[in-house]
Design a protein around this ligand. Structure first.
Ligand code: HEM
Length: 126
């Protein structure tokens, strides 16, 4: 890939695989998040988040080729997401991002995005 993307700058595929995998390890054990997932197997959900994040940060555009326009808010419509779910999601992602040991400015930028994105996914107030 192009060396001037955020994706390449933080280590490319390997880094995103590590973050998303660590995130889903925690989802599997999370009493707030796990029940929201309709499938027994979290593998496909992990793969979709990986493809989406790689695409968002300037990596391969595989997500859109396979899934079309992200429309993430719409795709989350079936799942009740309030402050509790948002906070649980961010708690898991925080561990995953911190353990990736990105350069501070990259970590800050990614974290700002996740806080914004997770808040925008909320579809209930409680
Ligand atoms: C899908 C929960 C936030 C990206 C899903 C699914 C659930 C879920 C239950 C369905 C699993 C599946 O695809 O099989 C949540 C909760 C959130 C949250 C509780 C709390 C705020 C986010 C955020 C992002 C994201 C912030 C991106 C930065 C995705 C993607 C999919 C997905 C890409 C797959 C969409 C598709 O192509 O079908 N999420 N999510 N989610 N989520 Fe989230």
């Amino acid at each position: 890939g192009r060396p001037d993307t955020f994706y390449e700058a933080v280590g490319g595929h390997e880094t995103f695989v590590a973050i998303v995998h660590r995130f889903y390890e925690q989802v599997a054990d999370d009493p707030v998040l796990r029940p929201l997932y309709p499938e027994e197997d979290l593998g496909p959900a992990e793969e979709r988040l990986l493809m989406f994040l790689e695409q968002y940060w300037g990596g391969p555009q595989t997500y859109s080729h396979q899934r079309g326009h992200p429309r993430l808010r719409m795709r989350h419509g079936p799942f009740p997401i309030g402050p509790l779910e948002r906070d649980a999601w961010l708690r898991c992602m925080r561990v995953a991002v911190d353990e990736a040991h990105l350069p501070e400015e990259r970590r800050r930028q990614m974290w700002e995005y996740f806080e914004m994105a997770a808040t925008s996914m909320m579809n209930k107030a409680w």
